[in-house]
Design a protein around this ligand. Structure first.
Ligand SMILES: Cc1cc2nc3c(=O)[nH]c(=O)nc-3n(C[C@H](O)[C@H](O)[C@H](O)COP(=O)(O)OP(=O)(O)OC[C@H]3O[C@@H](n4cnc5c(N)ncnc54)[C@H](O)[C@@H]3O)c2cc1C
Length: 532
């Protein structure tokens, strides 16, 4: 690899304030480029890097703001209001599942929890067979995953990265004879502060902010923040660029409209926003699957209170993973932390004196996180005009999915009791607590299915995916096996939307590898897309 100079103090990014202060641009301006990449997260940053490295002129447009690492304070409250999608208020229609996503230069990788897991061979070979995705078979796709592991410095947690919460999970598992293993993470010499979700101020987290974006920019890629792509432009059925609007994130002022003329458009706005851009653009979709098959990987957190002080807010955010049920039932349980913000957001949210009493026992709490598998039945929809309409996320779990969520949370609670917890706080809005393992089933029974039930259960989705399913059959899938939309030449999708079906493993590693694969498809067939 040629030597490239990476700027020492962050990534060069053109922000709304720069556009506002540049009189040569005005209120409406046009940029020309070979490739416009929409979104700068796991997928967008990878595509930008691979395409720029191959000598293409690359323009990256990111709707979120630019937040350099030096500005991270390790206070989630600061970060949530600045660089999370809708300030963590992005919910489904029944407002009982929060869709948590990063919205900034670097996307969700900037606020991610760093847990890295590869898809198993069975999953990859299943996609190859079921969706005609031969290139994603374990044998052919694994080199992409290996390359990502190298670039993101993915490693298995060492002993010092296994904190007190994780030790409680280990003790519980050993007693119950459940299989567990140290988690893998993309962190270089972790400082063990436990504030990953607030952004890493010391650049130890190998997020796109410190890996593929600076690398792409060193090869000449231009990055704009505060720039929301509204729709893809087409000419004679071929993608020719995008329309975007630039808004100042602090004042909300509409700074300018940007028009981009490009030979190719690559959408990497994530599992929710990529299909919305495509719906706004009214591109053809023979399959009728655009925006459908939304898989969410529902997540809940259980808190345990232990006899001895654990200081469960210290250490690596995730230490170990319980893999006993991953392949049989799709439940994966990770040790977590019990940080002040998560105690507020996930734990017992009593107010006033009761809350003070709860927080007095701060050092005795530990957290454990339960993910369950879903059937991928949700959908996202854009209603109204492209500029002034609105999004809706439809996700109402079936009875089976709901029972999966409950079962994974109950298992997490059981592990904590076996690890010595004297009380667990269940992830419901009813303030349900169990004082022993014998009370657990009775308490869990109080969490009902249905509108009433779902309002009592607290769930999040950190990894929405599947909404532009990839596959060989244009009547079953939105995107072809090369990443190009079946019916719109020059329009590619590279992000979590591509995943052909719901995954139970954390998806970031797979998303990076898929984006690398899509970039290869473009670069290997460059003569079909670019004039020179
Ligand atoms: C708090 C948190 C913790 C997580 N922890 C883990 C973990 O430990 N392990 C794991 O595997 N996964 C984790 N994930 C999930 C993982 O980060 C995502 O699956 C992955 O980043 C998805 O990549 P992506 O490129 O599809 O989307 P993203 O990385 O989300 O990037 C999409 C980008 O597109 C931008 N965008 C959206 N709309 C537009 C538009 N119209 N115009 C321009 N830009 C737009 C967004 O602002 C965003 O920056 C976590 C996610 C979150 C939010």
């Amino acid at each position: 690899m040629a030597f490239v100079r990476v700027p020492r103090d962050g990534v060069p990014v053109t922000q709304a304030k720069d556009v506002a202060l540049d009189p040569s641009l005005g209120k409406r301006f046009t940029l020309k480029t070979d490739v416009v990449v929409v979104g700068s997260g796991a997928a967008g940053s990878m595509v930008a890097y691979e395409m720029a490295k191959a000598g293409r002129d690359v323009l990256v447009l990111e709707s979120g703001r630019y937040y350099p690492s030096s500005e991270f304070t390790e206070h989630l409250g600061d970060t949530m209001t600045k660089i999370y999608q809708d300030q963590v208020g992005q919910v489904n229609t029944t407002a009982d599942i929060i869709f948590v996503q990063g919205a900034c230069v670097g996307g969700s990788t900037v606020v991610g929890a760093c847990v890295m897991e590869e898809p198993g061979d069975k999953v990859l070979d299943g996609w190859a067979e079921k969706y005609g995705l031969d290139a994603l078979s374990a044998e052919k796709f694994r080199p992409y995953l290996d390359k990502v592991a190298e670039e993101l410095q993915i490693h298995t947690n060492e002993a010092h990265e296994i904190n007190a919460c994780a030790h409680k999970v280990i003790q519980g598992c050993e007693k119950m004879q459940f299989s567990w293993k140290p988690a893998q993470r993309n962190v270089k010499q972790c400082a063990l502060t436990g504030h990953c979700l607030a952004g890493c101020p010391s650049d130890r987290k190998m997020s796109s902010l410190v890996t593929h974006l600076p690398w792409a920019s060193a090869y000449g890629a231009r990055i704009f923040s505060d720039t929301e792509v509204i729709r893809v432009k087409t000419l004679d059925g071929r993608a020719r660029g995008v329309e975007a609007r630039i808004v100042d994130p602090d004042s909300g002022a509409h700074v300018a409209d940007m028009n981009v003329d490009a030979d190719m458009v690559v959408l990497a706005a994530g599992g929710i926003h990529t299909p919305l851009i495509l719906q706004r653009s009214q591109v053809p979709d023979r399959s009728g699957q655009l925006g459908r098959n939304l898989a969410i990987q529902p997540f809940t957190q259980v808190l345990g209170k232990f006899k001895e002080p654990l200081y469960g807010f210290r250490g690596a955010l995730v230490g170990v993973q319980v893999d006993e049920f991953t392949h049989t039932d799709g439940y994966t349980i990770f040790s977590g932390l019990a940080e002040p913000e998560s105690l507020l957001a996930q734990g017992d949210m009593k107010a006033g004196q009761a809350h003070i009493e709860f927080m007095k026992d701060y050092k005795y709490y530990a957290g454990v996180n339960a993910f369950s598998k879903d059937l991928g039945n949700g959908y996202v929809k854009w209603d109204g005009d492209a500029y002034s309409g609105s999004k809706t996320i439809h996700y109402n779990p079936s009875r089976e999915e709901f029972e999966n969520m409950k079962a994974s949370a109950a298992l997490a609670a059981r592990i904590f009791f076996s690890g010595g917890a004297e009380k667990v706080y269940l992830p419901t809005f009813q303030s349900l607590q169990a004082n022993s393992v014998f009370e657990l089933d009775e308490k869990m029974d109080k969490v009902d299915y249905g509108i009433k039930g779902m309002y009592t259960f607290r769930s999040n989705s950190f990894s929405p995916h599947g909404t532009c399913r990839m596959g060989a059959d244009p009547y079953e899938s939105v995107v072809s096996p090369t990443g190009e939309m079946h019916d719109t030449p020059g329009l590619f999708v590279a992000d979590a939307s591509l995943l052909p079906e719901s995954m139970s493993a954390p998806i970031q590693w797979t998303v990076h590898a898929l984006a690398k694969y899509v970039s290869d498809q473009i670069n290997n067939n460059a003569s079909n897309y670019f004039i020179s």
